[in-house]
Design a protein around this ligand. Structure first.
Ligand code: BGC
Length: 740
C-alpha cells in the first residue's frame, strides 16, 4: 500500500517536472525566435570581470557596453549582491533583456572556507562533504552567484599534479559517491531555489592524467581506462543532476577535449543524454591553436561548437568568428541554436527571467556570509578530514593538563596558508586560525605555550635549529608543523619533487633527537614524501589545508575532543620513482612478494613496491576488531544479490568512527582485473566495547567492467570479497562464484 502511494507520488512528481520542462522549452523557443544571430552568439560568450584565474586577459572590451548590446551571456569572477545587481541592471538595458549568469570557482567554501576537496574526501563522510557544498552554495548564492565551477571530479593518480588538491583522489568509486554528494550539496533541493547554485562537473575529461603530472600536459590512455576509471565520477555527477559540465585543457589521445566530439557529443550529450550545457575552460578554445590542432582562432571556434562546446570562457572565439562561420556554412546553425537553448533553459530554471535580481539580496548576503553556523560547519568538516597516519606509543591525544607545550616549525603560526588554493572570496577580516591559535583557544592560559619557527619552508640553512632544540627541551610535549605552503598545490602548481621542502625533515630529526615526545603535523595539498618522519616520528597527523577553522579543528583532534576518523583517498608514495602509484593495480606475470627474492620479479632494486601510506589508511585513538564475516550464499546467478555481513567491535577506550571498506577481486577475467577494487564502504561510530553488525550487498553492477569492446559485462567465475580498514589492511576475506 505504502509502496503504491510512493510510486504514485513519484509518478505525479515526474509528470509535473516534465510539464514544467516542456513549458520552459516553449518559452525558450519563443525567445530564440526573437533573437538575431549576434544575440545568440552573445549568450555563448563568457568573460572574466573579476579575479584573474587564468593567463592575464588584457581585452579591449568595455564590458558594460557589451552587456547592453546583448553580447555577453555570462560573467565569471564577479561577486557581491550589490555589484551583481548593478551588472544585471545593465543586461536589462539590452534589446531582449536576457539576464546574465554569474559564475565563480566556489571550490571549497565561499566566505567561510572549508577544507580543500582532497582533504574533505579523506573524511569519507558523504554528509559532511554535502554539508560543505550546501553551506558554500548558501553563501555564494546570497552574493549573487548562480553557478559554481565545481565539483572537480577528475581522478588523479599522480601527486606531482598540483590539482590533486581539488578532487577526491585516485579511486573511481570513492570519486563517484563524492561527486554525487557535492552536486547535491551545491544544487540543494531544486535548481531555482534561492540557496542553490548550478554545479559544474569538470574537467571533461581525463585532465587528471596529464603525462608526468605536469599541468595542461597531454593525456594518452586507452578507452577502457577512460571509461572505467576517469569517466565514472562524471557520470555520477550527471546522474545527481549537475546542470553544467566544463571541458578541459588537455588533449586526449591527440584531440583537445574542447574540440572533442567523442567526449562531448557522443558520450555526454548522446550516450548519457546530458541536457545541461558545456562551458569551455579558460581560453581552452583559443588553446587549440597552441596545441597545433586548429590553424587559427576561427577554426578553433568552428571545431569547438561542432564538437559540442556550448559556452566560450574567455577565448572570444565565438564572439569574434561564429557569425561568419555560420554565414559561410562552416558551422551548422542547429549547433548554435542548441547551445543557446541549453543555456536559456538554465536561466529560466533559475527563475532569472522572472526576476533577474533574485539572488542579489544584500540583506540575505549580510546574514549568510561568515555566520556562526557556517563557521561551525567548517570546523566540523575540518576535524573529520584529518588523517592520523601513525600513533605508535599513544602520545596522542595530548592531555589538557600538560603544563608546557612547545610548538615548533614553519607552519605553526601560518594562518593564510590554512585556506588552501582556490579560496577566492574569503574576507580580508576573516583570517583563518593557525595551529598555534587553535591550541591557545583550546587550552587557555593554563598551559604554557613555547614557540620556535626552526626554519622557513624552503630554507637550506639550519640557523634556527638551536633555538628550536632549546625550546623543545623546555617542554613536556612538542607539536611540530611542517609541509608545503598553500600555493605549492593548485592550478599550474605541478612539482617534480614532492618531498617536504628545505631542511624541514632535518628539523624534525633534530627535535626527535631531544628525546621529547614529538607529534608531527604534516600540512599540504598533495601526498608528500617525508620518509625520515614516517620512520622516526611516533605520532603523525596529516592535516592538509583545513580552511577557516583549521586551528580549532586540529586542536580538537590533538587534545582528544574529536577522535580522528579520516582515511587517505590517495596513495602516499615513498619515492618519486614509484609514481604513478595507486592501489588498484593489476597483477604482473612476475609478481613480487615483499621479503622474497626480487630476481626476475616486478620490483625496484632500490625501493619497495609498497607505498608509504596506502589508500584508505588512517588510524583512530581506539581500535576496531572485524569478525564474523558471513555470505548468505557462495554462488550467485547474474541477476542475484549476495548479502555480506560482518561484525565490528570497538576494542579500545575511546568512542570512535571506522570506515569499513569493501574491496573485491575478480580472480580470473579477460581483460585482467585489479588486485583490489573498492566497491562500497560504511562509516560507523562505536562506543568502547560496542559491537555493530554491518551488511553490504553485491550485485552484478558491482562485478561488472568494460571488456575490450567497451561492453559493460560481468564475467562468471570466482571472486574474492575483502573487508578492511585500508587497502593494505584487509581484515576479513571470503569467496563466491558468479554463475552463468
Ligand atoms: C581552471 C578552471 C576554472 C577556470 C575559471 C581555469 O584555469 O582550469 O577549473 O574553473 O579557470 O576560473
Amino acid at each position: 500500500m505504502n509502496y503504491k502511494i510512493i510510486a504514485c507520488s513519484l509518478l505525479l512528481i515526474s509528470i509535473n517536472v516534465k510539464a514544467q520542462q516542456s513549458k520552459i522549452e516553449q518559452k525558450v523557443d519563443s525567445v530564440l525566435n526573437l533573437m538575431t544571430l549576434q544575440e545568440k552568439i552573445g549568450q555563448l560568450n563568457q568573460l572574466n570581470a573579476g579575479d584573474v584565474t587564468g593567463p592575464e586577459d588584457k581585452k579591449n572590451v568595455n564590458i558594460l557596453e557589451e552587456i547592453r548590446k546583448g553580447k555577453i551571456g555570462s560573467l565569471l569572477n564577479v561577486k557581491g549582491a550589490k555589484i551583481t545587481k548593478e551588472l544585471q541592471q545593465e543586461a536589462m538595458k539590452s534589446r531582449l533583456k536576457i539576464p546574465l549568469f554569474f559564475g565563480q570557482d566556489v571550490i571549497h567554501g565561499y566566505r567561510v572556507i572549508f577544507p580543500i576537496p582532497l582533504a574533505e574526501a579523506a573524511s569519507w563522510d558523504l554528509d559532511a562533504i554535502k554539508l560543505s557544498a550546501r553551506v558554500s552554495a548558501r553563501e555564494a548564492s546570497s552574493s549573487g552567484i548562480h553557478w559554481t565551477f565545481a565539483p572537480m571530479v577528475d581522478i588523479a593518480r599522480d601527486p606531482r599534479w598540483g590539482r590533486v588538491m581539488e578532487g577526491a583522489g585516485e579511486d573511481p568509486y570513492l570519486g563517484s559517491v563524492i561527486a554525487r554528494a557535492r552536486v547535491l550539496g551545491f544544487q540543494g533541493t531544486s535548481l531555482g531555489d534561492l540557496d542553490a547554485v548550478m554545479a559544474c562537473a569538470k574537467h571533461f575529461a581525463a585532465y587528471g592524467a596529464a603525462i608526468a603530472g605536469r599541468d595542461y600536459n597531454g593525456v594518452d590512455m586507452s578507452k577502457r581506462q577512460l571509461w572505467e576509471v576517469y569517466l565514472p565520477p562524471f557520470k555520477a555527477a550527471l546522474d545527481a543532476g549537475a546542470a553544467t559540465f566544463m571541458n578541459s585543457f588537455n588533449t586526449l589521445n591527440g584531440i583537445p577535449a574542447t574540440g572533442n566530439s567523442y567526449l562531448q557529443r557522443d558520450i555526454l550529450k548522446g550516450n548519457w543524454g546530458f541536457k545541461g550545457f558545456v562551458v569551455s575552460d579558460w581560453d581552452s578554445i583559443k588553446e587549440m591553436v597552441a596545441h597545433g590542432y586548429a590553424k587559427d582562432l576561427k577554426e578553433a571556434a568552428q571545431m569547438a561548437i561542432t564538437a559540442g562546446n556550448d559556452m566560450d570562457m574567455e577565448s572570444n572565439a565565438y564572439e569574434g568568428h561564429l557569425a561568419k562561420l555560420v554565414k559561410e556554412g562552416k558551422v551548422n546553425i542547429d549547433h548554435v541554436n542548441d547551445a543557446v537553448k541549453r543555456i536559456l533553459i538554465k536561466k529560466f530554471e533559475l527563475g532569472l527571467f522572472d526576476n533577474p535580481y533574485r539572488f542579489s539580496d544584500e540583506k540575505r548576503e549580510k546574514a549568510e556570509l561568515n555566520s556562526l553556523a557556517n563557521k561551525a560547519a567548517s570546523r566540523e568538516v575540518a576535524k573529520k578530514s584529518i588523517v592520523m597516519l601513525k600513533n605508535e606509543t599513544g602520545i596522542l591525544p595530548i592531555s589538557k593538563a600538560t603544563k608546557t607545550i612547545a610548538l615548533i616549525g614553519p607552519l605553526v603560526k601560518a594562518n593564510q596558508d590554512m585556506r588552501g588554493f582556490w579560496a577566492l572570496s574569503w574576507g580580508k577580516d576573516d583570517i583563518p586560525l593557525s595551529l598555534y591559535e587553535g591550541v591557545r583557544n583550546k587550552l587557555g592560559n593554563k598551559t604554557k605555550l613555547l614557540y620556535a619557527k626552526g626554519c622557513n619552508i624552503n630554507d637550506s640553512v639550519t640557523t634556527g635549529f638551536r633555538d628550536a632544540i632549546e625550546t623543545a627541551r623546555n617542554a613536556e610535549v612538542v607539536i611540530m608543523a611542517v609541509g608545503e605552503t598553500f600555493d605549492m598545490t593548485g592550478e599550474a602548481k605541478s612539482k617534480a619533487d614532492i618531498h617536504i621542502p628545505g631542511v624541514q625533515e632535518q628539523l624534525v630529526k633534530a627535535i626527535i633527537e631531544t628525546g621529547k615526545p614529538v607529534i608531527v603535523l604534516v600540512m599540504g595539498g598533495r601526498p608528500l614524501i617525508f620518509n625520515y618522519t614516517a620512520t622516526n616520528a611516533k605520532s603523525i597527523l596529516f592535516t592538509w589545508w583545513l580552511g577557516s577553522q583549521a586551528g580549532d579543528a586540529m586542536a580538537d583532534v590533538l587534545f582528544g575532543d574529536y577522535n580522528p576518523s579520516g582515511k587517505l583517498p590517495i596513495t602516499f608514495p615513498r619515492s618519486i620513482g614509484q609514481i604513478p602509484i595507486y592501489y588498484a593495480q593489476t597483477h604482473t606475470g612476475r609478481p613480487f612478494e615483499e621479503g622474497k627474492s626480487a630476481n626476475y620479479r616486478s620490483a625496484y632494486l632500490d625501493v619497495s613496491n609498497s607505498p608509504q601510506y596506502a589508500f584508505g589508511h588512517g588510524l583512530s585513538y581506539t581500535t576496531f576488531k572485524y569478525s564474523d564475516i558471513n555470505l548468505d550464499k557462495t554462488e550467485i546467478a547474474l541477476n542475484d544479490t549476495i548479502k555480506i555481513s560482518l561484525k565490528i567491535t570497538n576494542t579500545g577506550k575511546y568512542t570512535g568512527e571506522e570506515v569499513v571498506q569493501l574491496y573485491i577481486q575478480d580472480k580470473v577475467a579477460q581483460p585482467v582485473r585489479p588486485i583490489l577494487e573498492l566497491k562500497d564502504f560504511q562509516k560507523i561510530k562505536l562506543a568502547p566495547g560496542e559491537t555493530k553488525q554491518l551488511v553490504f550487498y553485491i550485485e552484478k553492477e558491482k562485478l561488472s567492467f568494460y571488456n575490450d569492446d567497451l561492453k559493460w559485462i560481468a564475467q562468471p567465475g570466482d571472486f574474492e570479497v575483502m573487508l578492511g580498514s585500508a587497502a593494505d589492511d584487509i581484515r576479513l576475506r571470503n569467496a563466491f562464484t558468479l554463475k552463468d
